[in-house]
Design a protein around this ligand. Structure first.
Ligand SMILES: [Zn+2]
Length: 173
């Protein structure tokens, strides 16, 4: 995520609006960039992850359950480890940002399947079927993100769902 830049004029306006000296506004801005915005650059599918955590809480009552995602040197393909109190997604350090999102989306598909009550025809199956379930669920997570941003585009020109499908299909193979 790009760090937004504030010039002196913007600092002055913010200073006046919020009634804080410009030097303080500048300090808060610098600390925000250093301590928070730098971390935001490594958040992927943040709102989906939050929703998944709430889902696990609703299904299993795990109040402090959380999802952690990290690149891992030596990791060759994305994997998950489903611990009791957290779900860890590891992915190769050389993935680009889109690939990281796709990797996390797929692994969250496994989290969904591992968590939910098994009551559908697809719930029992082979390893291939479990992967297909994770792929489809992950696709919906990615599509949710595209829909989220598609308001900025001409809705009649929007082929985001096809583009996402094609990219994700390639990634899953
Ligand atoms: Zn998988």
């Amino acid at each position: 995520m790009a760090i937004f830049q504030l010039d002196d004029n913007q600092i002055r306006v913010i200073s006046e609006r919020f009634g804080l000296p410009p030097v303080n506004v500048r300090q808060i801005y610098n600390e925000y960039n250093e301590k928070i915005n730098s971390l935001m650059a490594k958040q992927y599918l943040g709102h989906s992850i939050r929703a998944m955590e709430q889902f696990v809480y609703a299904e299993k009552g795990k109040r402090s359950f959380h999802v952690r995602c990290m690149d891992l040197p030596g990791c060759r393909v994305p994997v998950y480890i489903d611990f009791i109190s957290y779900f860890l997604v590891c992915y190769p350090p050389d993935l680009n940002e889109m690939e990281v999102r796709m990797a996390i989306a797929h692994e969250l598909g496994h989290l969904f399947f591992n968590t939910k009550e098994r009551q559908n025809a697809y719930d029992e199956g082979t390893k291939e079927k479990l992967e297909a379930v994770a792929n489809v669920f992950g696709y919906f997570l990615l599509m949710g993100r595209n829909t989220f941003y598609s308001g900025k585009e001409d809705p009649f020109q929007n082929s985001a769902w096809q583009t996402t499908m094609a990219e994700y299909e390639r990634f899953c193979k």
